[in-house]
Design a protein around this ligand. Structure first.
Ligand SMILES: [Fe+2]
Length: 263
């Protein structure tokens, strides 16, 4: 049975009645969820950080209530640099590892409250290693917030996870090798870059995937902060029983983005 996983990210929800750079981030999240769940009901949802731009209880409560209006699938939420982990925990956002058939989804904390750049501490490594040890799935998907590769945008790249190949090799080592010699770790997904990214990382060339934001996008390859006109997006990950991942990004073309940089 294929597990159909919906990844959403970088929702940047703000206080009720306000917008972010002129964008109604609540409405764009709803447009994403409406389109995605009309395509199919996911078996699980990964929300890969920067769920709130105003990281307060009301906003996280609204995030969870919004998701639950569209899907009651198991959910795994992780914090991004704009989030505050302690506040996320007070509203009981689901953050536990997911076991789905042959697969487990675990997350690696790359965030530090109030710090834009990635920070993967020894405690973060210990936490994900513990989750991997407890994971029941034959295959593993790891989710984290910050990118694991250079995206040729210096203003974004300075905040990525440092030494990503070493980290992914370590994750693969923690995950163990299957009887047929293949890696149990089958992919890593991330957010933060507000663009669709696909690549490989580490000596085992583990596939890595970045996802568009559910609100506005960043211009790929731009030297400085720059907004892309592309629509809000999301990623489908189809996890097969043989360990294969097929994936694609979709856009909500019915929700044009008009960013106002001076707001
Ligand atoms: Fe971020």
């Amino acid at each position: 049975m294929i597990q159909h996983i919906l990844q959403i990210s970088d929702c940047h929800l703000v206080m009720s009645g306000t917008t972010l750079l002129g964008v109604d981030t609540q409405a764009s999240l709803e447009a994403v969820l409406q389109q995605a769940t009309q395509e199919r009901q996911p078996q699980a949802i990964i929300a890969s950080g920067d769920l709130a731009h105003d990281p307060v209880r009301d906003v996280y409560t609204r995030f969870l209530e919004t998701l639950r209006r569209y899907s009651d699938a198991p959910l795994i939420c992780l914090p991004g640099n704009h989030d505050v982990l302690g506040v996320m925990q007070t509203v009981d956002l689901p953050m536990q590892m997911l076991n789905l058939g042959c697969w487990s989804i675990v997350w690696l904390d790359s965030h530090e409250d109030q710090l834009p750049r990635a920070q993967v501490t020894a405690a973060d490594r210990a936490a994900v290693a513990g989750a991997i040890e407890r994971a029941r799935g034959q295959y593993l998907l790891v989710a984290t917030h910050h990118p694991l590769m250079v995206v040729d945008s210096p203003w974004l790249d300075k905040d990525r996870i440092q030494k990503p190949a070493e980290l992914v090799d370590w994750l693969a080592e923690c995950s163990a090798v299957l009887n047929d010699g293949t890696a149990r770790l089958r992919g890593v997904v991330f957010g933060h870059a507000h663009q669709s990214i696909e690549g490989f990382c580490g000596s085992k060339k583990v596939p890595i995937y970045g996802v568009p934001s559910t609100c506005f996008q960043f211009q790929p390859g731009s030297e400085v902060f720059s907004i892309d006109a592309k629509s809000p997006g999301y990623r489908w990950l189809h996890l097969a029983d043989n360990g294969d991942i097929t994936t694609h990004v979709r856009r909500v073309v019915s929700f044009p983005i008009n960013v106002q940089l001076n707001t």
